[in-house]
Each structure stands twice: as C-alpha cells, then as structure tokens.
Design a protein around this ligand. Sequence first.
Ligand code: NAG
Ligand code: NAG
Ligand code: NAG
Ligand code: NAG
Ligand code: NAG
Ligand code: NAG
Length: 501
Amino acid sequence: MASFFPPPLLVICLLGSLSCPRSLGLGFGGLRLPPETDSSGKYLTQDERWFKQTLDHFSPTDHRQFRQRYYEFRDHFQAPDGPVFLKICGESACPGIANDYLSVLAKKFGAAVVSLEHRYYGESSPFESLTTENLRFLSSKQALFDLAAFRQYYQEFLNAKYNRSKVENPWFVFGISYSGALSAWFRLKFPHLTCGSLASSAVVLAVYNFTEFDKQVGESAGAECKPVLQEITALVEERLLSDRKAVKDLFGAATLENDADFLYLLADAAAEAFQYGHPDVLCSPLVDAKKTGQDLVEAYADYVRNYYLGSFGVSVQSYDQQHLKNTSVGKEDGDRLWWFQVCTEVAYFQVAPKNDSVRSSKIDTRYHLDLCKNVFGEGVYPNVFMTNIYYGGTQIAGSRIIFTNGSQDPWRHASKQQSSPDMPSYIVDCHNCGHGSDLRGCPQSPLNIEGNGENCTSVEALAKVRQKIIEKIDLWLSECQSEPDDDEPDFFGAKRVTFAM
Ligand SMILES: *[C@@H]1O[C@H](CO)[C@@H](O)[C@H](O)[C@H]1NC(C)=O
Ligand SMILES: *[C@@H]1O[C@H](CO)[C@@H](O)[C@H](O)[C@H]1NC(C)=O
Ligand SMILES: *[C@@H]1O[C@H](CO)[C@@H](O)[C@H](O)[C@H]1NC(C)=O
Ligand SMILES: *[C@@H]1O[C@H](CO)[C@@H](O)[C@H](O)[C@H]1NC(C)=O
Ligand SMILES: *[C@@H]1O[C@H](CO)[C@@H](O)[C@H](O)[C@H]1NC(C)=O
Ligand SMILES: CC(=O)N[C@H]1CO[C@H](CO)[C@@H](O)[C@@H]1O
C-alpha cells in the first residue's frame, strides 16, 4: 500500500502506506547532515531535541516513559506573545522541520514552529524490538495525547524562558495526510490546547474497502492514460502466468515472491504520480508507447524502475511481506509500523473496485486481511467502525479546522467533503495538484522550498486557497488572543499540576 508514502524529501508519506519512501529515511534519517551543513534550505532546522514521553497515556498503573524527538525553530518568533505553530509529524521518521509553505506562514504571523516525531517512527521508538506485542501502544489516540503532553511541556518551557507563569501563547496545529487527520483530531479532542487546525489532505475517515482510491487514480489519469494503465495491468497478469520471473525482473522486483505484493507495487507506482503531482511523467510516455505500438509493459517498467524506484526512491522491499515481518528497529521499519496502524485502526485498504479498476483485481480485501494476519498474527484486523465512532469520520464535530484537498489526489475521498463556516473545506484544483499541495506546491517531490507553487498548472487555484488559509488563521488566532484570561480560573495552571504528578 503506498502509504501515504511521502516523497523522498518530505516527511509526508501515504502511498500504500500514505507515507514516505524509505529513501527518505536513508538520506535524511541515516546520513543526516549536521544542521549547519544543511545548505540546501530544505529544512528550517534539523537540530534534535528530546522530550520524556509517557508510554501509555491510558493506563493508571504503567508509568514507563520513552524519549521522543522534537525540533524547534524560533527565528521568526515575535517573543514573548507570538503564536506557536505545531507541525505534526506523521508515519515516517521526522528528520527536521521541512521548509515548506508553513515557513512562509510562520514568518507572516511571527510564529515559533515546533515539531514532534510520531511515537515509534524514526528515533522515537519506545522498544528495541517491534513485535506485535510491543506495538500495542502505537495508535493515533496515544499519538494525540503525546502531542497534548508535549504542547504543555513546550508552553512551560517558553514561560520559563521569558520568566512568566500561567501564560498561554496562541497555538495552531498543522499536518498533512495522516498527520493532517491528527491535526483535525487534535483540535477535536483538545480544543482548549489550540486555536485552530489546518488539516491538509487529511484522511479523517477510516475506510475498510477504499475502492474510491483506485477510481480516483483512473479519473486523474483521464480518458487517454487510464485505458493504457488498465491494459498494462492485464498484460502483467498474463505474463505472471506465462513467465513469472521474467516480468518481475523487468521491473527490478525479482525479490517479491508473492505476486500480489508485486502487483501492489505496480499499482502504487501509478497512484503516486497523481498523489504527488507528476501525472505527465507517468502518462506521456505510456500514451506515446501506445500510439507507436511499443511494448507497454516495458514502457511501464521503465517508469517504475527509473522514476518510482529510482528518483522518487521507494524500495522494492517495502512491498515484501517477509520484510514487513522484520521486528528490528531501524531506518527501514516505517513500513511495518504504518501497516500496523492500517491493520488495527484505519484500514484504507486500497482494493480494486469490482468494475473498471486500474489495479489488478488480485488486490482485494482478502489480500489485505491475509497480510495483516501474516505480518502481525492471528486476530489483527482494523476496526474502522470503532475508529469512526471515536473521531466522527467525515461527521467530525470539530470547530476551527481548515480542510484542504488536491483535486487529483486519490486520498481525497477519505477527507472531509463538506464545507461549513467553522470547518471550511477547500479544494486546490489543477492538473498536478495532489496530496498536500497547499503546503508543498506542485509537484510535491522533490520538496519545493517554501512550497513554491510556480509549477502548479493553476498558480491561481493554489494562491486562492492559500489566501483563505491565511484569513482563517488570522481570524482564529485573534479570536483566541482576545479571549479574556485575567479573571479566568487558573485552568492551565491546575492542569499542569496534574501532569506533573
Ligand atoms: C522573574 O520575574 C520575577 C517576578 O516578576 C522577578 O522577581 C524576577 O527577578 C525575574 N527573574 C528574572 C531572571 O528576570
Ligand atoms: C469489503 O469487500 C468485501 C469483498 O468484496 C466484502 O465481503 C465486505 O463485506 C466489504 N466490507 C465492507 C465493510 O464494505
Ligand atoms: C531485519 O532488519 C535488520 C535491520 O534492518 C537487518 O539487519 C536484518 O538482517 C533483517 N532480518 C531479516 C531476517 O531480514
Ligand atoms: C463499468 O465501467 C464501464 C466503464 O467505465 C461503464 O461503461 C459501465 O457502465 C460499468 N458497469 C457497471 C455495471 O457499473
Ligand atoms: C519549475 O519548473 C522549472 C522547469 O522544470 C524548474 O526549472 C524550476 O526549478 C521549477 N520551480 C520550482 C519551484 O520547483
Ligand atoms: C473528495 C473531497 O473531499 N472533495 C471535496 C474537497 O473540497 C471541496 C471544497 O469543499 C469539496 O467540494 C469536495 O467535495
């Protein structure tokens, strides 16, 4: 499942998995450059800080803690009363605070930016071995509580720094994709801890059979490219019957024993092009190949090898169930971790629709359930019903949450559809607008510094949505700041004592 695989330089992934190609982990997690040598400007900071986090927020008797990584960037902060922007990190290692459009917003609003790595990912693993048993504290609910505890800690840090007490800066939370959902849910569950939320391409609806994902891939591909992709799927299925090894070799994926794992890789490789704003890199050569009668499977294999596995940086092994069973902590563990969240909470099973699908029909519900069982053991399956009861899905009863989605993004069907004054929803509509375009521009890989949108096919569409975002942040921050606090009971102070104990 492309998780929300984020693009290599981004900290945002979610293809099958919604998240990030492993190369991201390698390039920036493993061989991370010291902050002073990051002259690329891709990050505002990569200077790590550490926070002692509670392992289980819901147990009255388990008081274990673990080290959680975070970052802070105060260059634009209008001390001491400026806002604090909490950029939520999602389902991958968090190598720093990316220099995307959020940095423009921080400058504009005089905000400090802080970012907390998601528990278990990157350097924030509570355990040395990621057995299913040890993964039981990996959930969005625990992650939200982490953010709340961290938010309190950092507010106290600021107060101590500026020699104040009981002061609350106005906070605003941000996230993209799964972390976009966390951003919306944080405002929902802890409304007293943030003035508002930007939930970019936020997958707030847990979906079991997520057939709309593939449908959107077809729609985004369009009338010319979609039938070619479908023909390729059929041809690959045939070749798997006649010459299994040769066709896997052609894609550089000989190590994938399971045919459905291989077909999943191929499906994700196409989805990624629309999710991350590179539709023409995929479709132009394929449509060309069709017109000139070239071998379509070879043309697609070129794209997969050179672009998806090559420059985009996804690793073949991230589709290998043998690899997903590996319980070692390390740069490559993000796939296992995200699949655990998929298999327990949110599903988003990207199954082939019954009719007119782009991906192979072998990628069905059974495939996903078998994977969950094979990788994590008997009895592990996602209870999306309970997840949606807990958060509300698209019926989320929040307030002051901005939802944005990209018109071509297959994930947008798990985001909020309807707009209301208190939870406005905006669509960035253009040929290469995908996952998180509002913050990252187009395409989203490689990362555009400050989310430069000059290459979006509609620069205006992006600018319009960004203007709306600025207006809402401005409004909600000012409403938050003007709320009287002098005569209020010492709510946060009291809260702090509770935390300290
Ligand atoms: C901090 O504030 C208190 C009370 O306002 C004052 O007495 C103290 O001197 C201040 N300390 C510093 C280091 O500024
Ligand atoms: C998902 O699809 C499978 C196979 O078509 C079907 O048996 C199942 O009822 C579906 N589940 C839901 C919740 O839609
Ligand atoms: C599991 O992953 C670790 C770390 O990446 C690696 O060293 C080890 O060889 C892997 N084990 C297996 C059985 O593949
Ligand atoms: C299946 O998809 C095709 C192509 O989009 C469409 O023409 C046809 O009506 C669909 N059939 C059903 C049963 O939905
Ligand atoms: C926009 O595209 C042009 C041409 O490919 C490229 O040179 C430029 O760097 C791109 N701008 C951004 C911000 O990515
Ligand atoms: C699929 C989806 O969520 N689309 C929505 C994106 O946002 C616009 C603007 O509110 C809605 O009209 C779409 O329905």
